[in-house]
Write a protein that binds this ligand. Structure first.
Ligand code: ZN
Length: 75
């Protein structure tokens, strides 16, 4: 699947504070700017991609949708 937005991986420095979860198993963390994305606690030997967990305040370019919450055109 292509989202059009590159996801950070383990070992990379976070540049945006927020909640992220592993693509592999959905393990969520909160990570500060300047912190390094860790390995997935369940899959430490794999490359781990961390997907930003976005809440209702979506700011997505060109109609890309990351969540399947209620469609809210008035948002
Ligand atoms: Zn995992």
């Amino acid at each position: 699947m292509r989202w059009g937005v590159r996801m950070p991986r383990n070992g990379e420095i976070n540049i945006k504070f927020g909640v992220y979860k592993t693509v592999c198993c959905g393990n969520e963390i909160v990570i500060n700017v300047g912190s390094t994305f860790p390995d997935c606690p369940k899959h430490p030997k794999l490359m781990t991609e961390w997907k930003p967990v976005l809440d209702s305040k979506l700011e997505t370019p060109s109609g890309i949708s990351f969540t399947r919450k209620n469609n809210d055109p008035a948002a």
